[in-house]
Write a protein that binds this ligand. Structure first.
Ligand code: S3P
Length: 173
């Protein structure tokens, strides 16, 4: 079984994914990192040099590749992955994959992301905290329709990593 982690930027997909993989003794794949290795460019550079449409195309192709080739892995997606192409449908149609949504609220996300704007291509244009709050609020609302299709949904606000992982494991047994 593959475990597919979804959620907005800053929701903890990569950090929790690494820990979950260790607990289950599964390999961990981070889709962003996979794309960076295959394309030999960082995500920021890919957005800058090739543009978002190219990035979304590659994100879709590499997701398909991983779903076809891998079994028993923990896969952390990018925040936008479930919301483009037919990616969420592919994930739902894959009988060997279980999807987990790490659900974080706007305030929690803003708190986590406001110091990371520079390295995030979708957030680096917001100079003030107010603009960031407004953007994340709208963006999360649009994306929730995709995220909410996950098999399992876990709220992460104000919880320790230990508690979140414990909840994940409870859902899996
Ligand atoms: C994106 C999220 C990022 C990365 C890219 C686009 C998005 O991944 O894929 O910057 O559209 O939300 P993380 O959620 O891992 O930061």
């Amino acid at each position: 079984m593959n475990l597919i982690l979804i959620g907005y930027m800053g929701s903890g997909k990569s950090t929790l994914g690494k820990k979950l993989a260790k607990t289950l003794n599964y390999p961990f794949i981070d889709l962003d990192q996979y794309i960076e290795e295959k394309e030999e460019l960082s995500i920021s550079e890919l957005f800058k040099v090739k543009g978002e449409i190219y990035f979304r195309k590659k994100e879709h192709e590499y997701l398909k590749e991983i779903l076809e080739e891998q079994n028993d892995v923990v896969l952390a997606l990018g925040g936008g992955t479930p919301c483009y192409a037919n990616n969420m449908d592919l994930i739902k149609a894959d009988s060997k994959s279980t999807s987990i949504y790490f659900k974080a609220g706007i305030n929690e996300l803003v708190g986590r992301l406001k110091h990371e704007r520079a390295k995030r291509p979708l957030l680096n244009r917001f100079d003030t905290d107010e603009d960031l709050v407004e953007f994340i609020g709208k963006h999360l609302f649009e994306r929730a329709a995709y995220y909410n299709q996950a098999d399992i949904s876990i709220s992460v606000d104000k919880k320790t990593q230990f508690t979140i992982l414990d909840e994940v494991m409870t859902h899996l047994v």
